[in-house]
Write a new protein. Structure first.
Ligand code: NA
Ligand code: NA
Ligand code: NA
Lengths: 377, 87, 377, 87, 377, 87
């Protein structure tokens, strides 16, 4: 009898708190988005599953000795996991389009206005009772506008670990929602004629240029913004391994097994931050709202910048490609291509959008570095 | 800290940050243009300018020939063997 | 001269203890079983090698600063390695046969009687002078009857770390010996006629069912036995990655590189527990004996349960498939198939035995959770 | 603790544990049966009931067609090239 | 304005020290050797990149909390990374040539004279003002003569962590320079006639011999030099996994993904030791000089030993194969083949050189064990 | 410690170390020769002496037959299908 009672006391049924149930439903929702809707499944599946595991009563996944506790400590607290993802993404990224047309970096710069406007917005929210975002919090939230998962996780782990779960979930969710968020804004800010603009074909890029590119990016970052070198440096390392052509076995491993292993654990660790007490707050609502605003502003400022460049520049630019400047690689570039095809069925913008797309990755890494340097990392 | 003071700081951060992003990426544009010239000068000095101003060689191979020669060789051998076995 | 003496003093010859030599021979024996007899080589080879390394005098592999010390600390002490293996096994397991015929879970339940009977037996052994098993020790030993390596290692690392080496070695050795241990018991408890029974073909299972299955298993475990969620949760994560079809690159990595890397280190770390002072005790003899008993009882109760179900149930069940309920995937299912073919050359039981086989994995994970919950994890 | 007392506890553990394992797995049987019905209702609502009540699509592909179409295409190309080279 | 000043203060430009700039140029030099010259790119590329990262001002890659700090702590301080590389190299090595002709071990022994002569030379350098090498330092430097990267890193991490960066860079650089360093020495010490000697074909080796070989090597090391068992043991584990044929999936992972992952991190961690204050010293010049001497003496003593064996032994030996005894697998063996072909276009020495080549790996691991045992690990 | 003393120690280390390396590797030579005899005796006892005194079986397969039978089978099937599709 006594052991039956012990057994009952150790069931989940006897220990659930309402918050845990809600958070498990949130986890199930993320799994639904990942599996049924195929929204960023590589991260939302492990995040959703981690959210379920961390909210299991008694089991103690995220308490000292629990497996998610160790994974978080080793991978997120140290900042190592997002950096390894960045190395892998660097090894997966082809910068040809950007090297061929470096002016596209301006679009990647403009789209970061989503970040800085959101930072301002987050502080504005402090006028609403219940919100008390510090500048660090606001910076970590604003980075959602960078539309880059590992950058968001890296910055949040440094500036606002308590908000990490909500920030990461918002970042990946909105990245998945890019095909829904971006097209209306793109169409609102452009005319049918502008969307029909065809761009001239990109010149081929030599191997030497591709090898020198990551080194040049790293050099600039070292000179002007060392705070961004963890992110940019690992990214450039991955890209150099890819383009140098002399360490193919390392590059392949960084692109596949290593990034896969880290992705599983990163997702679980982020999910482990989705505990009821940290997530079920009014701040999460604010973060979700601000994230949507950030994406919208980023898209808009990218498009407007492209319009300005087309007007004042030497060669015509289809303003749609500006929307790819938020990053969200390669989803945003695909959306540009799709919206472009709707206006002109012979207009393939994909390659042209890859330039601003990868520029957006650099841009948000630079923005993250600035936020780290100015709000104190 | 009062919210207004925070707001001023945020505004400051917004302007400085956005400005810096632009400055940085404009410098990077200049840097890439210099890099391209440098790369051309290196490649011409190596006396094989034509193939180097094209995409990476392995990419070309995969796109142009469709099937790499080793695979063709392996399959040729397999077909040979197959025919021998099925005579 | 002096340095010659120092050199002599640092040789193995000058430092061997008899126990170390015996344990190295044990390690060689495990290597022999793994290489020449192909008995569970994936684990017995690293375990055997680890046993040799840990017993080398002077080298200090398992002392602070030694490589096996770190591997053990990081992987076993934390419980992370067996959980990662479980994730990989989940990604490798196809539950179709069980979903098509869920009653097979009863066989997986019955076979766990091997565990609980052995627990009782271990305490009975305390009447013999020299044995002083606590309830925790007895629970850790009994789990050998679960015929599942990572479950045994996980539970032993929590309840009886000192016995871990002997328990793991016994578990893997008996799993390898399944083709020798099970057939006589199976034949003893069944008639020739029973062994000839053909079972109706299993219905096909939809992708939706396969996706929902790991979630359902996890839900039940959360509700009724959170203590088992580390094992069951990681297993279900692996299976969900496999069946969801949206994260194939993660699933492939979990099934291959990740599980391989962890297997090497898990084996070495388990082997590092085969030090003379921990292994060369009368308790090890008891553990080896109890393990054999556990396997026998598990097999018998699985077969008897199958007979009962066949008698009282709606459709006929070949009682041989009950033997697969001990788990030991996929060896036990293959043994069932082989013994079935001996009685009826047209009777392929392999698919039917896969149901109880994977049910046995769940059953022993549940049993491990109960033992953790009741004897204090 | 006296061995007899331990024995009683072990007996208790055996009965509770074994009972719980059965209860749990019986509940799981019920759960799986419910799940199957739920899955059928989802799949029919999606209006493609036939392919979904079969093994996973990729498994089907591999079993039925033997060789995936990409491989066939690759090999066709290879054979074509092989013939050209060996004329 | 204030934030502009903060931003300026956080740029690299405002914080560079001259030493950091020099070390970054050293890192660029290593990248150049790796990429443009293809000198040992698998390690020199990550080492060079790590050298750049670690010298970035403000970023703090190698300070507590920085990613290279963690990588170094986890992988080099513990000695785990070089041991895992050794396991992978063991899984990649085929000992057939050595088993067929075990006398080649004598060449591997002779070439280690490069190590011990350099140890003496390092102490001799103490007569020059500015040098104050302890015996431990001298031992760690001397191991460069072993021409084996992981052995050098392992020993340096135990005996002289401060010199690790310079020692690793010297070891890998000279290994890359083997085609330049060795041929003149080989030609100086041999006559045209000697270089033309053709050697009899090697007998085939049975699987059983290949399986027993790593166990035999391990046994000898356990008996006579346990201090070398970390290196030799992991090497033999890798080779046993390879040859046993029963754990192919583990062997493949050890040869590919695992060694690749570790190589990336090992390189970065070694590079992180190339900080200005540790590297830009007169000692580094001494290390570079001594390393060149070590390679030269090792090559010479291998060739001379081969000449002696050819004169006094039963069968003729081409003295060139002695040069492969320094290890530097497989570069040294290829150099032997090339120099042999120059003298006699029908003389393929590659297979014959593989024997002394892998013997050199064992020889330098043994030498490392002796240095650890005698100068106190 | 005076440099001369260190030098003596280094000399000592050189002689002891180099001697030990030779002794160790000579013992290993003896050990390998014994091992070879032992391996032959094992292999002959197993009654299949011929294949065992050759390189590892998988190596042989790859070298002799060129293409493993599974690949041949897969390609045969692919060719069959290809022909059916292109009739
Ligand atoms: Na971005
Ligand atoms: Na079981
Ligand atoms: Na060597």
């Amino acid at each position: 009898m006594e052991s039956l009672f012990t057994l009952w006391q150790s069931t989940g049924l006897a220990n659930f708190t309402p918050g845990q149930i809600v958070m498990m439903l949130v986890g199930c929702g993320l799994l639904y988005l990942a599996i049924a809707r195929k929204f960023e499944p590589l991260l939302l599946l492990p995040i959703g599953f981690g959210a379920i595991l961390t909210n299991i009563p008694v089991a103690g996944f995220s308490e000292v000795g629990g497996v998610l506790y160790y994974v978080y400590k080793v991978g997120i607290d140290t900042g190592v996991f997002p950096l390894l993802i960045f190395m892998g993404v660097g090894a997966l990224t082809d910068f040809s389009a950007l090297i061929a047309n470096p002016r596209m970096l301006l679009l990647g710069a403009a789209a970061q206005f989503g970040i800085f406007a959101t930072l301002f917005g987050a502080i504005l929210l402090n006028f609403v009772p219940g919100f008390e975002f510090s500048l660090k919090d606001a910076s970590a939230i604003a980075i959602i506008g960078g539309a880059d998962g590992p950058t968001a996780i890296f910055l949040a782990s440094k500036l606002a670990p308590d908000l990490l779960g909500a920030i990461a979930v918002a970042a990946y969710s909105y990245m998945a929602l890019v095909p829904i968020i971006q097209p209306p804004i793109m169409k609102l800010l452009t005319t049918e004629e502008e969307r029909k603009i065809e761009m001239e074909q990109l010149r081929p890029v030599s191997t030497t240029e591709k090898i020198l590119f990551p080194l040049a990016v790293l050099l600039m970052t070292i000179l002007f913004l060392p705070a961004a070198t963890p992110l940019v440096g690992m990214f450039c390392l991955g890209n150099l391994m890819r383009e140098s052509g002399v360490v193919d076995r390392l590059s392949k491993t960084a692109q596949n097994e290593l990034i896969n292993i880290v992705t599983i654990f990163l997702g679980l660790a982020v999910g482990s931050k989705l505990s009821a007490d940290k997530f079920l707050t009014v701040e999460t609502l604010g973060i979700l709202g601000l994230g949507a605003v950030a994406f919208g502003i980023g898209t808009a400022s990218g498009v407007l910048m492209a319009k300005a460049m087309s007007k004042f520049g030497s060669s015509q630019i289809n303003p749609l490609v500006g929307a790819a400047g938020v990053s969200a690689v390669p989803m945003a570039a695909r959306v540009v291509n799709k919206v472009g095809l709707e206006a002109n069925p012979h207009n393939f913008l994909l390659m042209h959008a890859m330039g601003p797309n990868v520029a957006g990755v650099l841009g948000s890494a630079v923005a993250a570095g600035i936020l780290l340097a100015l709000t104190g990392g | 800290m009062a919210v207004t003071e925070q707001l001023l700081e945020a505004l400051n951060l917004m302007l400085t940050g956005m400005g810096f992003v632009f400055v940085f990426l404009i410098l990077l544009i200049i840097c890439i243009k210099a890099l391209t010239k440098f790369a051309v000068s290196i490649d011409t000095r190596r006396d094989d300018p034509v193939p180097s101003i094209t995409p990476a060689p392995h990419a070309v191979k995969a796109q142009q020939h469709g099937t790499p020669p080793e695979v063709v060789a392996a399959i040729s051998a397999a077909i040979h063997q197959y025919r021998k076995q099925h005579k």
